[in-house]
Ligand binder design. Structure first.
Ligand SMILES: Cc1ncc(C[n+]2csc(CCOP(=O)(O)OP(=O)(O)O)c2C)c(N)n1
Ligand SMILES: CC(=O)[C@@H](O)[C@H](O)COP(=O)(O)O
Ligand SMILES: [Mg+2]
Length: 632
């Protein structure tokens, strides 16, 4: 990797040196992601684009806003984040996998969720206009970002908010899977219609080359606006009032720089349509864009994943296979994803029951509403949306699903930590944001067999059901041939105890049993363990019965403690005037950074097995020293 200290070095390079730099950047990205994993395909596709951006614009004065920002590695390398920091990509202490305002002054806006760039960039451009400064603001949006409603909301607002905004449409025809929907088909037509672009482009350049430069350009644009329908259909973006430029080959440095300079100097909002190849420079990534969108560590020569095969099945696959089995038996069952068929496991349904599979694009709000509409007609929709991305559909959950008590099942994968992706992707808030919604059922299985039971149970509910489960492998238990319908609101007593009882949710049940064993062995205490199963409705009857017999209840959840499962326990005891002490084990009230793995992050936040043991015993000693008040 050449010694690029910052964007000025990029500008100082002769144009002839750029192809070599592009290759060195690709080599570095491949080397680091082959070991750390990461968004290798998206980043290999934007090497020339980012070089062009840094040749034409000057961050941090000029500002780039990347949509999702998963394709920000090149920008990081060109803004001084190289060496060990970059080689620690997505690991504890290393560079984040997304842009982050705290990581660099060249990162003007953080992201991780799709569809935010255009709105944020428009806000920044408008702020510039209000303050009377003249820096450039550039939004870099992928083609799938335009399947996001919020992007279209921003597009609608551009021309009424600012005179100067550069929008780069990085069109590689891919979301994580193949991009979907009418906009995707439209962009495909647009990027493959050379005639429109050639005539339009040449005429515009001809007028602009005449004496009087920009004035002549305005003449051309006025003429074009008045005659546009006669000569050529204006693009969707021009209908929204932006100038449209392109499509441009996103790997041709000269072409890119010329068009970026043209866009930079435009005195009206302009969209530059850039066509790129996702994964360019890595044969395996070009062959398998979906797999290399967000890759686990891999052999760059073969593309084979480095991670060992075998072990317990991933929750996403257990879910996908079970749903497919249920859907084959009941045609009313359908699965819905927001552009993440593989990550949610819905590829199993797409293959097994294609007519019952829907990928609505990066449009979680629509996915939830779409499911609500389906449910009013007797369909049993299952929305498979990561916990963090379901935050996008929160109003639809309350206003459209719960208020009408519609039987929609939500399968929230990545509930808990997405260690390498970090705070934008950790699923740590769903119990809090759902518990306050009347009439919903919120549950978490202790293992993959119980996940199937919960999916089966939710599909029998008369109202909304939410099932949360973590990223990655289950516990390696046997999955029953036939699922059982669980009694809603009923917990499972795994072991009795007379000194303290641990109520655990999901994968914390295994941790709870280990903790109980350790306390029994080291402290001689009698520790019970309950698999809570339901965060709502809580098994209040069992809880109150147990709390009346022991001085301490410990709750364990892979979720923030604020408003989480432990809070539900506290509220239940308080409402019954019970003074049983509660120690709530869960994530503290702050955002959790990205890290190498779950155990490292848990240790960094006081959630290692030792730390939990100490916390519980400290509470036990405090309450055990309190003289038991004689009953009043
Ligand atoms: C709200 C939201 N939903 C889903 C995702 C998962 N996701 C991350 S990147 C991506 C596809 C982005 O496609 P595009 O914008 O075309 O960029 P590309 O990866 O092709 O460069 C998706 C669906 C997300 N980050 N945010
Ligand atoms: C950028 C983005 O949001 C997705 O690519 C996400 O990183 C996928 O996460 P998983 O790897 O957990 O499916
Ligand atoms: Mg794309």
């Amino acid at each position: 990797m050449p010694t690029i200290k910052g964007p000025d070095d990029v500008k100082a390079l002769p144009a002839a040196a750029l192809p070599l730099l592009a290759q060195e950047i690709r080599d570095e990205i491949i080397e680091v992601t082959s070991v750390n994993g990461g968004h290798v395909g998206p980043n290999l596709g934007v090497v020339e684009l980012c070089l062009g951006l840094h040749r034409v614009f000057s961050t941090p004065t000029d500002q780039f806003v990347f949509d999702v920002a998963h394709q920000g590695y090149v920008h990081k390398l060109l803004t001084g984040r190289t060496g060990e920091f970059f080689r620690g990509l997505r690991k504890t202490g290393g560079a984040s996998g997304f842009l982050n305002r705290e990581e660099s002054e060249h990162d003007s806006f953080g992201a991780g969720h799709a569809g935010t760039a255009l709105s944020a960039a428009l806000g920044m451009a408008t702020a510039r206009d209000l303050r009377g400064t003249d820096e450039h603001v550039v939004a870099v949006c992928g083609d799938a970002a335009f399947t996001c409603g919020v992007t279209l909301e921003a597009l609608n607002n551009v021309v009424e908010s600012t005179k100067r905004l550069v929008v780069i449409l990085n069109d590689n025809e891919w979301s994580i899977a193949k991009n979907v929907g009418a906009i995707s088909h439209y962009l495909n037509r647009l990027s493959t219609n050379p005639t429109y672009n050639k005539i339009h482009h040449d005429l515009e350049r001809f007028f602009t080359s005449l004496p009087g430069g920009n004035d002549m350009h305005r003449v051309y644009m006025k003429w074009k606006r008045e005659t546009k329908d006669f000569f050529m259909e204006s693009s969707l973006f021009e209908k929204f009032g932006l100038r449209y430029l392109g499509p441009v080959d996103g790997h041709d440095m000269d072409e890119l720089v010329k068009n970026l300079e043209f866009a930079r100097d435009s005195d009206t909002p302009i969209l530059l349509h850039v066509v790129t190849k996702k994964g360019k420079g890595l044969a395996a990534a070009i062959r398998s864009p979906e797999k290399f969108h967000g890759a686990s560590p891999y052999d760059p020569k073969t593309g084979e994943s480095r991670g060992g095969k075998g072990g317990a099945p991933n929750y996403q696959d257990v879910f996908g296979q079970a749903l497919t089995r249920f859907a084959k038996a009941d045609k009313k069952i359908v699965g819905i994803t927001g552009a993440m068929p593989a990550g949610t496991g819905l590829t199993h349904l797409a293959e097994g029951c294609p007519g019952q599979f829907f990928d609505v694009g990066i449009a979680e709000e629509h996915a939830v509403l779409f499911a609500a509409g389906l449910a009013t007609k007797g369909i049993r929709p299952v929305c498979a949306i990561y916990s963090t991305f379901l935050q996008r559909g929160y109003d639809q959950i309350i206003h459209d699903v719960a208020l009408q008590n519609l039987p929609v099942t939500f399968c929230m994968d990545r509930a808990g930590l997405s260690a390498n992706d970090g705070p934008t992707h950790h699923g740590l808030f769903d119990i809090s944001y759902l518990r306050c919604v009347p009439g919903v059922t919120v549950m978490q299985p202790k293992d993959e067999d119980e996940l199937v039971d919960m999916l089966h149970t939710s599909l029998q509910l008369d109202g909304p059901g939410f099932i949360r489960y973590p990223r990655g492998a289950g516990e390696g238990v046997t999955i029953k041939d036939e699922p059982v319908a669980l009694q809603v609101g009923k917990a499972e007593v795994l072991r009795d105890g007379t000194n303290l009882i641990i109520w655990a949710l999901g994968p914390m049940v295994v941790e709870a049993q280990k903790l109980a064993d350790r306390i029994a062995a080291e402290e001689g205490l009698s520790v019970g363990v309950v698999n809570a199963r339901f965060a709502k409705p809580l098994d209040a009857e069992l809880l109150l019965e147990q709390a009346g017999k022991v001085p301490l209840i410990v709750t364990m959840e892979d979720h923030v403690v604020t408003g989480g499962f432990g809070s539900a326990v506290l509220e239940t005891l308080q409402d019954a005037d019970l003074r049983t002490s509660v120690e709530r084990i869960g994530w503290p009230d702050n955002f959790v950074e990205h890290g190498s793995d779950v155990a490292t992050l848990r240790a960094a936040h006081g959630l290692s097995p030792d730390a939990i043991h100490q916390r519980v015993m400290s509470r036990w000693r405090r309450i055990a020293s309190i003289p038991v008040e004689a009953d009043a």
